[in-house]
Design a protein around this ligand. Structure first.
Ligand code: SRM
Ligand code: SF4
Length: 565
């Protein structure tokens, strides 16, 4: 036997961990770069810090041949997607003044401003804060924007759940003072040199990675609650169905993966247990802290909470949460989700007023020659002061509209080419696409710019098969990170390389289960050739009322696994 002591490898922390440890104020040299008119970009280290402040350094990839032109994407936090009329008018104006004159509704109910140049950052972030919104922790290794059902009156619980989502969002915000000093107070000191602060919840190094939270109210799963790190499913009080009695706690969902790396995978959350509403904040903080302490800080591709649940198990994690929260979770209460998606057109609220659901292609609020949605919304909000609500499927609702305003709002929309009835085919209304090119640095293939044409193909094919008007949930992303949640769709397209996509089928109408890869590396122009035979089989072989996703699970995927085994 050798006398040499065995050496166990010391895990090496990921670079981001060293950065956070070095500067827990999250200030880096951001202020100095901002103040220097010669500096075109933030340093590589600061590129990590600026995310915590809610923005990304990007470049217009369409223009790369002539050199990199640095632009910025800014994202805010809007718990439950609620936007007051005053905020909406500010946000709209900021897009025109500092961005590319579009407002991008994200798949997590927030807004993004694209194409902002460096000198626009200060005024834009200040104006967002002055409008009582924030970009703090919209990105970075922290708890992100909290999702919640924004549709008024689909359940009497909506208002209480929206209030709870706002509360959790606020309680999970980091306290980093550099944000307010830099963007709100306009203090240009190099804050990185000040004494490091330790966040009471996040400690010195924040979380191993991003952390996502959503609230859902059965039977509607519009937030895709099972794809979140932390999920709260609201349960009504049987004695008082308008009140939330408590929540079922879900943990460990997440979608990002990398092509060719089997250690990365999408995962649906586990249901851990039930707790009464009064414990909400304690439970949220307990889950966050358990992740903070047990997430992998050595490998960012393995750092999400879903890998902790996948490896240590739901029972272990439940005990960890209970120990931190200081009480035992009850057994999960029955819950049943039957659908996802948004309501379009006019609907009456329980208080007698109305809301109007509007389809927004890939979430991009903009003016095009055929449809001036951005101008129409601005005019409506200016005149009628209606609340705007962003949905998790990148659409929007105008809420709390009195009967007397309906005709005028309809007329304003029509004047700008925006239909209220028959806004788009069902397959289009149920679709989502991530931005990908030209702004996203990670995009491998087109997404937002490709999906409208692909949906044209779907509409044509469905009509030819006599299936016009059928809804299929189609989602597309430019890479496997999964920003438009393609792995939950009935048909998902995931960018593999320029002009090539992996095709996924399965998924279901309530977003409960993952879909599966059907074909890899299919050229854009061949997508419909691959799918048309499946659509035809669906028409001919489906059970009464069977949706495409369920049909694929029953009749297509088993054949594939048999062929592969
Ligand atoms: Fe995302 C990174 C856009 C929702 C998983 N996401 C990015 C970046 C910031 C690219 C980057 O890091 O340089 C994209 C900016 C593109 C651009 O030009 O705007 C980007 N993600 C988006 C948005 C805007 C897509 C959209 O179509 O709306 C969504 C913003 C939501 C928000 O308001 O916060 C968005 N991203 C998602 C979702 C869906 C969700 O959360 O419901 C996911 C999958 C769920 C999940 O997190 O597991 C998602 N985004 C990712 C990942 C993969 C993370 C992972 O675990 O591996 C990345 C890459 C990363 O973080 O390194 C990423
Ligand atoms: Fe970018 Fe990929 Fe997210 Fe699309 S899915 S926005 S390409 S990171």
């Amino acid at each position: 036997m050798s006398d040499t002591p065995s050496i166990s490898p010391v895990p090496v922390l990921a670079k981001n961990e060293w950065l956070k440890q070095r500067d827990p104020t999250l200030a880096g040299d951001i202020a100095a770069t901002l103040a220097d008119p010669e500096a075109l970009r933030f340093s590589d280290d600061d590129e990590q810090f600026i995310k915590f402040h809610g923005f990304y350094q990007q470049d217009d990839r369409d223009k790369r041949k002539t050199g990199k032109e640095y632009i910025f994407m800014i994202r805010n936090r809007l718990p439950g997607g609620i936007v007051t009329p005053e905020q909406y008018l500010v946000f709209d104006d900021l897009a025109a003044r500092y961005g590319n004159n579009t407002l991008r509704i994200t798949s997590r109910q927030a807004f993004q401003w694209h194409g902002v140049v460096k000198r626009g950052l200060g005024p834009l972030l200040k104006a967002i804060n002055d409008a009582l919104s924030t970009t703090l922790a919209a990105c970075g290794d922290v708890a992100r924007n909290v999702m919640a059902p924004s549709t008024p009156s689909t359940s009497p619980l909506v208002d209480e759940v929206l209030a709870d989502s706002e509360l959790v969002s606020r309680e999970l915000l980091p306290r980093a003072t550099s944000y307010h000093q830099m963007w709100v107070d306009g203090n240009e000191l190099n804050l990185g040199r000040q004494a490091p602060a330790e966040d009471p919840l996040y400690g010195r190094t924040y979380l191993p990675r991003k952390f996502k939270t959503a609230f859902a109210i059965p039977p509607l799963n519009d937030v895709d609650v099972f794809t979140n790190c932390l999920g709260f499913v609201a349960l009504a009080d049987p004695a008082n169905p308008g009140r939330v009695l408590g929540y079922n706690l879900l943990a460990g969902g997440g979608l990002g993966m990398s092509h060719g790396n089997k250690a990365t995978f999408p995962r649906v959350a586990d249901v851990l247990g039930y707790f009464p509403r009064a414990h909400l904040v304690d439970v949220a903080k307990a889950v966050l802290a358990a992740y903070r302490d047990h997430g992998d800080r050595t490998n960012r591709k393995h750092a999400r909470l879903k890998y902790v649940l996948a490896e240590k198990g739901a029972a272990w994690f439940r005990a960890e949460v209970e120990a931190r929260a200081g009480f035992k979770l009850g057994e999960p209460r029955p819950m049943r989700f039957t659908k996802q998606g948004d309501l379009f057109g006019w609907h009456r609220q329980s208080d007698g007023r109305w809301f109007l659901g509007l389809y927004v292609e890939a979430g991009r609020v903009q003016d095009t020659p055929a449809r001036q949605l951005k101008t129409a919304l601005r005019r409506i909000v200016e005149k009628h002061r209606v609340e705007v609500r962003l949905t998790p499927s990148q659409n929007l609702l105008l809420a709390h509209i009195p009967e007397a305003a309906r005709a005028d709002i309809g007329a304003l929309l029509a004047e700008h080419g925006v239909a209220v009835e028959n806004q788009a085919a069902a397959v289009r209304r149920a679709s989502m696409a991530c931005p990908s090119l030209p702004t996203c640095g990670l995009g491998l293939a087109e997404s937002e710019r490709a999906l409208p044409g692909i949906l044209d193909d779907f509409e044509r094919e469905l009509a030819a098969l006599g299936l016009a008007g059928e809804e299929i949930i189609v989602r597309m992303t430019g890479c496997p990170n999964g920003c438009a949640r393609p792995y939950m769709a009935e048909i998902g397209f995931v960018g593999r390389a320029p002009n090539k996509y992996n095709v996924y089928v399965g998924g279901d109408e309530a977003s409960l289960s993952l879909n599966h890869e059907f074909r890899a590396s299919v050229k854009r122009e061949d997508l419909m050739k691959e799918l048309a035979p499946l659509l035809r089989r669906w028409r001919d072989e489906r059970l009464p009322g069977e949706r495409f996703g369920r049909f694929a699970q029953r009749a297509i995927l088993p054949g594939l696994s048999a062929a592969n085994s």
